[in-house]
Design a protein around this ligand. Structure first.
Ligand SMILES: C[S@@+](CC[C@H](N)C(=O)[O-])C[C@H]1O[C@@H](n2cnc3c(N)ncnc32)[C@H](O)[C@@H]1O
Length: 276
């Protein structure tokens, strides 16, 4: 499958998609009745769904701003990028470092269609439809090869994607693949659903897995082990709302000013690592 774009069904409005349900939770308009139905179940039964989505997006935005302002990295691969929303990775990166290049990768056909229309605003941004579980296919894709210079440090973003990858699909191997292909000084961002032994969140995990038929929430230790061989930077793997909250650069509001996080806000963890 190396070097190939994913072929597959075209957009099916009758079945909920991860990308569109997430878009609905973020307040977007790129979703259908089937997605809103699932989103409404989340909102009703898992009252923190919207807060989780916002906390995640805010942490991603802060991480991109940090990378663009504190390192010389000017190229990003955003794996499982989702539908275009407010302040996408290239907008944040290019605001701080105008020359930044971004390859967005998602398996959802709608992300390709809407992404091409809304994200490919300049020659420094590409949207690739591919499966992150086939890292070679993503890496070897002509658009990735055209935009990303793998001899220079790269930021590889795994934002809210690895919890959609089952254990037997080797999420650590996916991260390792990228680690082995980027030079020293490259950064890795990860945000990930955290499993705790809390009955409320166990139910949330069950509903999500049942809805999409896949995925695995992980403990902080398990999330850390996905970043094996990389140096995890301060403050480590922490609730996304507490990940460098002082870097306020986000339309998502959540800047970690909340002292007491709810059980829901604690559900999503974030961390940044560097290849030595
Ligand atoms: C929860 S959204 C996260 C979006 C964005 N990264 C963020 O953090 O805001 C997860 C995205 O991963 C995509 N996705 C799920 N499985 C995938 C796979 N195997 N390959 C590529 N994309 C995938 C979904 O289509 C969806 O757009």
């Amino acid at each position: 499958m190396a070097g190939m774009t994913v072929e597959g069904p075209s957009i099916d409005p009758s079945r909920p998609s991860i990308a569109r349900v997430y878009d609905y939770l973020l307040g977007g308009k790129d979703n259908y009745a089937a997605d809103r139905e699932v989103g409404d179940v989340f909102k009703r039964d898992l009252p923190g769904s919207v807060a989780i989505a916002f906390a995640n997006r805010a942490a991603l935005t802060r991480a991109v701003a940090e990378i663009a302002t504190t390192t010389g990295i000017r190229q990003f691969v955003d794996l499982g990028s989702g539908l275009p929303t407010a302040d996408n990775v290239h907008q944040v990166a290019q605001r701080h470092a105008p020359g930044s290049r971004v390859v967005y990768v998602d398996i959802d056909p709608q992300v390709l269609v809407h992404g091409r229309a809304l994200l490919e605003q300049n020659e420094r941004t590409r949207v690739v439809r591919a499966d992150v579980r086939d890292p070679e296919g993503v890496h070897d894709h002509p658009d990735t090869q055209e935009l990303i210079d793998f001899d220079r440090p790269v930021a590889v973003m795994f934002s809210a994607i690895l919890h959609h990858v089952n254990d037997e699909e080797d999420p650590a191997g996916i991260v390792r693949y990228w680690r082995d292909r980027v030079p020293s000084g490259s950064y890795f961002f990860v945000s990930h659903f955290r499993s705790g032994n809390n009955p409320e969140t166990a139910e949330a995990e069950r509903v999500l897995q049942q809805t999409f038929g896949r995925g695995r929430w992980r403990t902080d230790k398990e999330i850390e082990s996905l970043l094996d061989g990389l140096e995890i930077l301060d403050p480590g793997i922490v609730p996304a709302s507490l990940w460098r909250p002082e870097t306020v650069d986000s339309p998502w509001g959540d800047n970690g000013s909340v002292q007491e996080l709810t059980v829901w806000q604690r559900l999503i963890a974030a961390g940044l690592a560097r290849k030595a």
